[in-house]
Design a protein around this ligand. Structure first.
Ligand code: FAD
Ligand code: UDP
Length: 411
């Protein structure tokens, strides 16, 4: 733990404490420091900033790897795009993954190219629509109530069984008939040959990597980051009057008193292979259930413009499973029992004085990066007047504290 003496003092005199240095916490911190001149202390339990978007250089290859899974930035939200561009520029990377089914590689998301290849014939958009419409008749026109029905309504049973059923069972270890339809709505289906994964206006990879974004957001004399420290261990030393932004798991905040929310996690098996190009693309999904992993990510393909070794590459196999205690929670399961449990916690959270719950863990939602930043910007706009009016510490005092500036504590 880095905190002692001076930093504890900083905590006592902060205008705002933020639990977690992911995109939600970093956005609020940056706004509070730059827009309102507040003195902010961020407490982060991990040894690095960036939350799940943290990226690092693989030492054996020099290739940037995203430690908690591949992150592609995409948004159609102009406010978020302008905001994030203050801290980075983006490459022109466009995500076009593939999926392997019975030894053959198909383009994802399911598009006209995938459909033609699967049925081994050239189909026009109208012909493909008619073919799929004939197959979706099995639903008898009723509204899909689960992931399987939703998928069949979108692509018909043969494509569902080839590309979705096995992958989804591996990803969620749950029968797709018991999963919410909303999960599959994230995956577009197109009757054109457009094989872009995302349909957003803006897309790309940060030119200097993800961690550099956080470094720039938090490098401010009013922002003090404490790494390797769990807020629950420090809570009793922080005056209750200091406004707190909590981005950790909501059930943990209440000591799991109502029960634990269900999450999925992923095991990442990182390995260096003796070839300059292992799979020719960044992301290769594996649709069949007899392959244990869901996908292989080859990170060098996210940045084709960078120098890289010609004789080796770093790849990561992903094995999803349910998250136990001590695992990183990645995907909220959102079963009906989870949803009613979350509602109980949310009711209690709304009554907690002087604390705001934000980000994916505290709101128990799957949020993309742009949604996380967008919600933090909106929440900040709503809360800033109250927080600034509270005015515990005069701004002049804030500017003289330099001992714990972010650069002195970063790893
Ligand atoms: P986090 O990034 O999780 O940050 C929360 C931080 O709080 C963590 O660092 C945690 O250590 C800290 N914390 C928690 N409890 C405590 C405590 N008690 N004390 C101190 N610190 C604490 N989004 C996209 O837009 N594109 C993608 O391609 C994409 N890919 C993804 C792939 C995977 C595998 C996953 C899991 C997510 C992906 N996302 C993607 C979503 C993206 O990761 C999230 O939008 C973003 O990380 C949410 O930020 P956050 O601040 O809410 O949470
Ligand atoms: N999915 C699938 N086959 C694939 C990719 C995705 O069936 O090749 C399904 C799966 O149920 C997944 C969902 O689509 O959970 C959403 O896909 P996304 O790419 O958003 O997956 P993530 O990795 O974010 O869960």
């Amino acid at each position: 733990m880095l905190i002692s003496g001076g930093p504890l003092d900083m905590l006592r005199h902060a205008d705002m404490v933020i639990v977690g240095a992911g995109f939600y916490g970093a956005t609020i911190a940056e706004r509070a420091a730059n827009e309102a001149g507040l003195k902010v202390v961020i407490i982060e339990r991990r040894s690095h900033i960036g939350g799940n978007c943290f990226s690092e250089i693989d030492p054996a290859t020099g290739i940037e790897v995203h430690r908690y899974g591949p992150h592609i930035f995409h948004t159609s939200n102009m406010a978020v795009w302008s905001y994030i561009n203050r801290f980075t520029t983006f490459t022109g990377y466009v995500h076009r993954p593939f999926t392997v089914h019975r030894g053959e590689a198909f383009a994802l998301p399911i598009n006209l190219g995938t459909i033609c290849q699967f049925y081994r014939r050239h189909l026009t958009p109208d012909e493909a629509r008619a073919l799929i419409a004939g197959q979706t008749a099995e639903l008898g026109g009723r509204e899909p109530t689960n992931l399987e029905e939703k998928a069949i309504s979108l692509v018909g049973r043969p494509l569902y069984e080839a590309f979705i059923r096995g992958y989804t069972r591996k990803q969620w270890q749950t029968d797709p008939r018991e999963l919410p339809a909303s999960i599959i709505s994230r995956l577009p289906v197109r009757y054109t040959f457009d094989n872009r994964y995302f349909a957003d206006t803006f897309e790309g990879m940060p030119v200097d990597g993800y961690t550099a974004i956080f470094d720039r957001m938090l490098r401010h004399e009013n922002i003090y980051v404490v790494l390797d420290a769990d807020w629950f261990d420090l809570k009793s030393s922080i005056p209750a009057a200091i406004p707190t932004i909590y981005t950790g798991p909501i059930d943990r905040y209440f000591d799991y008193s109502e029960g634990r929310l269900g999450w999925r996690t992923t095991e990442f098996d990182r390995t260096v292979v003796p070839t300059g190009d292992f799979q020719g693309t960044a992301m290769m999904n594996y649709a069949d259930e007899d392959v244990a992993y869901t996908r292989i990510v080859e990170y060098q393909h996210f940045h084709p413009g960078r120098d890289r070794p010609k004789d080796r590459s770093v790849i990561v196999y992903e094995y999803p499973r349910s998250a136990g205690q001590g695992d990183e929670p990645f995907y909220p399961i959102g079963a009906p029992s989870d949803r009613s449990l979350f509602r109980k916690y949310k009711e209690r959270a709304d009554k907690e004085p002087n604390i705001h719950f934000g980000g994916r863990l505290a709101t128990y939602r799957y949020l993309d990066m742009h949604q996380t930043i967008g919600s933090a910007l909106k929440d900040w706009d709503r809360m800033k007047t109250t927080i600034v009016q509270r005015g515990r510490t005069p701004a002049t005092h804030l500017q003289t504290e330099t001992v714990g500036r972010f650069d002195t504590l970063s790893p």
